[in-house]
Design a protein around this ligand. Structure first.
Ligand code: C5P
Length: 229
């Protein structure tokens, strides 16, 4: 394949309050990482790099094997870093072959529909990055300390999801530049845009929410038990 998906799963998940890293917390009999990888392998064939927490490479390898089935040769596990940015950089360093498009996906968005993964990959061009995003439903305010400064027009805002897709060469150089500059970015599209490249958005899915808090895990458990809801 010409496309690679880097699944970042090296977070500690401290906000979830579980003893294991978030990727290995069970939704049902399958972990967060397993669900994420099931989605990735249900999408069009791609190289899959799983970025695991240090000390959990073997666990990640088992989840990869279980999800990949006879496509296990398309997968590889590497160890992540202290920040998400470092974990993505580790994933980029593990790519092999003539990959031209790279998708970066949060394992924590475990129930992301495979169609969303394919739609992002299809929308990437040689010069443009792509993110899936949802409209913002809440009323948003800009604040300064205790003061509400102004209302923000939510029509101009979207909530970013993953996978985020990019041309490989430009993403690699953008990450190298971000590393050299020492900048902190909250997602890959911000790294890509900081290097001067355009990013477009396509429709995301409510199912691609990120499992961060216990309430998110509860929601994921309900959705897996009763998918129609
Ligand atoms: O912490 P947060 O939920 O925002 O992390 C988003 C994704 O990035 C998760 O899938 C997490 O495992 C991953 N991550 C990582 N390495 C880190 C921190 C987060 O791979 N150091």
């Amino acid at each position: 394949p010409k496309t690679a998906i880097i699944v970042v799963a090296a977070g500690s998940g401290t906000r979830l309050g579980a003893s294991a890293p978030k990727a290995f917390v069970g939704i049902d009999e399958r972990s967060v990482l397993r669900h994420a990888l099931d989605g990735v392998f249900a999408a069009s064939p791609a190289q899959v790099i799983v970025v695991a927490p240090a000390g959990h490479e073997g666990d990640a390898e088992s989840e990869l094997r279980a999800a990949a089935g006879d496509r296990v040769d398309l997968g590889r596990v590497v160890v992540g870093g202290r920040t998400r940015q470092e974990s993505v950089a580790a994933g980029l360093g593990a790519l092999w072959g003539d990959i031209t498009t790279v998708l970066v996906h949060d394992a924590a968005r475990a129930l992301t529909p495979p169609e969303q993964i394919d739609a992002v990959a299809a929308a990437v061009t040689a010069t443009t990055g792509v993110i899936p995003a949802l409209p913002v439903v809440n009323t948003l305010k800009r604040v300064s300390g205790d003061d509400v400064v102004e209302a923000v027009d939510r029509a101009e805002l979207v909530a970013a999801q993953t996978p985020q897709g990019f041309p490989r060469d430009l993403l690699e150089s953008a990450y190298a530049a971000a590393l050299a500059a020492g900048g902190e970015y909250t997602d890959d599209a911000a790294v890509f845009a900081a290097a001067g490249h355009p990013v477009t958005h396509i429709a995301g899915s409510p199912l691609a929410f990120k499992i961060t808090l216990t309430a998110d895990l509860d929601r994921a458990r309900q959705l897996v038990a009763q998918p129609q809801q």
